[in-house]
Ligand binder design. Structure first.
Ligand SMILES: [Zn+2]
Length: 454
């Protein structure tokens, strides 16, 4: 590939997320990497391609740190709309058990398109059940041709109902087969390079769906191969009771007994934790995926984000699966994080320390990058990948809010981005994902969702 240069300029406001906010900002990009970020007059004026972003807010691409893309097939599912986590899962497991490789491929693609339209440029997905011959390869295929950085997981469940776990035996796997396929997925798809488009994560589902042996084995595999570890943890009170009853520990302490804490680990949710547990997670360098909408939707509780940040825990945002959020909009999730935090700070966590719009954007960008272990995305600075989004400020939702365009992106109605680039190549142009016939995709996805509901 020949070297190519891209110049974007004249942004109304460019927010780098490393402390700079530049009116009339621009970037000079070579071969997908940022070389200059500055006022448009102070960067090179000639490039192979020049894009004028007058009237647009420019931000780093957003990073989603927790999702279950297959759940786009079971949004607003009757019987799972008004219940807590365990009943929600018991309702949906038998439906998900009918998924085929085609369901996995199509749902992956649909969810990635929806997230990209909301500003996501990097997506982690936590897939933990593989019925009817579906494989991680189906997700890779579903993302084919989409210019999104995609971190897939070889997730798993092995503790079925007959062994005291929550899921029916029909959706759990043999632990030997999980190990073999996990090693295969890592060797086939994990890219360690800076600028990687595909990475693999080892991600057993949760304490109530996986045996302690599989948790330990997963940690060993991840450390042998140098990939990251992820699981759901301390999401609900039901889970806490399960851990105390079955393992004699609260969730965080249980993970510590399994070597499942450290800078290569991040948990989803982590709502039900005490001050000492927050401190231990911070000292270990463990991260969390904060999923405020899902926590509200399932009435799980409010994660203590202020204390996490104060303790040095890396915090990113996750829209979580689309059966417990029903939408995959990452800008909307930043707004939810801000609003939910305002409820949490009063009275327990410290009045006057409300999460700001810029802090919410930080969680959605550089925070998420840290959680995924990436030092090449999440901010706009020389040496970083050219992953960025542009939002046209001239729209109904932002009218009257242009005193502060960066805050408007979080405080005003959640919107879609107009353009985005990943590695200097377009992902979204004029609001649509490049190379995708959205109408056809929605039609096929709806057909498969109907078929799954039975
Ligand atoms: Zn989840």
């Amino acid at each position: 590939m020949p070297m190519s240069t891209l110049l974007v300029r004249n942004a109304e406001l460019l927010v780098s997320m490393d402390g700079r906010e530049i009116e009339g900002g621009g970037m000079f990009i070579r071969d997908g990497w940022i070389e200059n970020v500055d006022h448009s007059l102070d960067i090179p004026a000639i490039a192979d391609e020049i894009v004028d972003l007058s009237g647009h807010l420019v931000l780093p691409g957003l990073v989603n740190t927790h999702h279950h893309l297959y759940q786009t097939l079971t949004r607003a599912f009757p019987g799972a709309q008004d219940v807590g986590l365990f009943e929600w899962l018991r309702t949906l497991y038998p439906v998900w058990a009918r998924m085929t490789p085609d369901h996995v491929r199509t749902a992956t693609r649909l969810g990635l398109v929806e997230l990209a339209r909301s500003g996501a440029t990097t997506v982690f997905d936590h897939q933990y059940l593989w019925p009817n011959g579906s494989r991680l390869d189906d997700q890779i295929e579903g993302a084919d041709g989409l210019n999104v950085r995609f971190h897939v997981s070889r997730g798993s469940m092995s503790l079925g109902e007959s062994q005291g776990g929550l899921p029916p035996d029909s959706v759990v796997e043999d632990e030997g087969a999980i190990r073999t396929d996990t090693l295969r997925a890592i060797s086939e798809y994990h890219d360690t390079e800076r600028g990687a488009m595909r990475r693999v994560v080892v991600a057993p589902c949760s304490p109530f769906t996986v045996t302690p042996e599989l948790m330990r084995d997963s940690a060993a595999i991840a450390r042998e191969t140098g990939v990251r570890l992820h699981t759901h943890l301390a999401e609900t009170e039901d889970e806490e009771e399960f851990c105390l009853e079955n393992f004699g520990h609260r969730p965080v302490a249980y993970m510590e007994t399994l070597d499942w804490i450290g800078p290569d680990v991040w948990y989803a949710h982590s709502v039900h934790v005490g001050d000492d547990e927050v401190a231990r997670m911070g000292a270990a360098g463990t991260g969390i995926a904060h999923c405020p909408t899902s926590n509200m939707r399932l009435a799980s509780g409010i994660a203590p984000i202020g204390p996490y940040i104060a303790a040095g825990v890396s915090v990113g945002l996750g829209v979580d699966g689309s059966a417990s959020n029903d939408c995959s909009n990452l800008l909307a999730e930043a707004r939810q994080a801000l609003l939910l935090n305002r409820l949490a700070v009063s009275p327990g966590i410290g009045a006057g320390r409300q999460m700001t719009a810029r802090q919410a954007l930080e969680l959605a960008t550089s925070g998420g990058a840290r959680v995924l272990g990436r030092d090449d995305i999440g901010i706009l600075a020389p040496g970083f990948a050219a992953d960025f989004i542009a939002i046209d400020l001239n729209r109904v939702e932002f009218a009257g809010a242009l005193h502060d365009p960066a805050a408007a992106a979080v405080l005003c109605a959640p919107t879609r981005v107009d353009h985005s680039w990943v590695g200097g190549r377009p992902l979204i142009q004029n609001g649509e994902v490049v190379g995708v016939d959205t109408g056809l995709l929605v039609e096929r996805h709806n057909m498969l969702a109907r078929d799954l509901a039975g």
